[in-house]
Design a protein around this ligand. Structure first.
Ligand SMILES: [Mn+2]
Length: 284
């Protein structure tokens, strides 16, 4: 790979940074459209599209201490991914730094959750995903993009796992104990269930954004596009509502090969701006 480009404004050293971005160029279990391993690179490139100053938050990324760790060095082996990513995330969170993990495919999330669970008592995990991904195994694999919610719920408990934006699930999930989920339509309309969840948040939250939660017209470059999705503005609103509780995020499944005009990598990159801006705004 070429000399890696850092995410825009992520030019401080690791020691003094509050936010550390790490790329995970892994798509070892992708089953439909491969190529999310190129996501981190394109999302970094897209980050130069935006002004560092965030109008709504009156925050400039240039004034913050942000570090880009680069991509972790991995092959397509999931055990290797688990070891390297665990070690890296442990380093990041050991001194209250905020990890921003950029995929790559979704199977990285349980690894990060497992590490954060050691650090943050009572961690809740909010997964934004078109797919419930609650299979126990997929294509024989325990750790797959299609088993993410199942693995996460085993780590933090089903009561601490919520999936928002769901509009696709395997039939058999109706036969097993499910984590709480909010469908795409419920989320779009904002009804009581959404408000109830938001009002009752009092715990640290890990947020996982699968870019396929958004409608494919706004986010075409993903491994498994699913119609009838959410508008990006809805995700921005959610980020702003929960940002003060966040202790880490991942943004996964951007697949540059299928991403017309870099629409998806631009959006993923802008979500990173928004997460930082909104958190810093709350900390003022
Ligand atoms: Mn998905």
């Amino acid at each position: 790979m070429n000399e890696a480009l850092d995410f825009a404004s992520f030019d401080s050293n690791f020691e003094k940074s509050r936010y550390v971005l790490v790329g995970v160029p892994y798509d070892g279990t992708s089953s439909f459209r491969l190529g999310s391993s190129k996501g981190p690179q394109e999302i970094r490139r897209a980050s130069y599209c935006f002004e560092p100053y965030l109008l709504e938050h009156d925050i400039s990324l240039e004034e913050l201490s942000l570090h880009d760790f680069g991509d972790i060095d991995i092959s397509n082996d999931h055990d290797e991914l688990r070891d390297r990513l665990t070690e890296t995330v442990q380093d990041i969170v050991s001194q209250e730094r905020f990890p921003i993990v950029v995929g790559g495919e979704h199977s990285l999330s349980p690894i990060v959750v497992s590490t954060l669970k050691e650090k943050y008592e009572g961690l809740d995990v909010l997964i934004l995903d078109a797919h419930l991904d609650f299979r126990d195994r997929y294509e024989g694999m325990e750790y797959s993009h299609a088993t993410v919610t199942r693995r996460v719920s085993e780590i933090v408990g089903p009561e601490s796992t919520v999936v928002w934006g769901v509009r696709s699930m395997a039939k058999k999930t109706s036969e097993v104990e499910k984590p709480d989920f909010i469908t795409c339509d419920e989320l779009q309309e904002g009804g009581n269930k959404v408000e109830e969840v938001l009002q009752n948040i009092d715990k640290p939250i890990y947020l996982s954004i699968d870019m396929d939660v958004i409608d494919p017209s706004y986010s075409p470059g993903v491994g498994n596009p699913e119609p009838f999705g959410i508008r990006p503005q809805k995700i921005k609103e959610l980020i702003d509502q929960i940002s003060s509780h966040l202790v880490g995020v991942d943004i996964v499944e951007t697949c540059p090969k299928y991403d017309s005009s870099n629409i998806t990598s631009n959006l993923a990159s802008r979500f990173i701006y928004e997460i930082i801006g909104s958190r810093e705004d709350d900390l003022k």
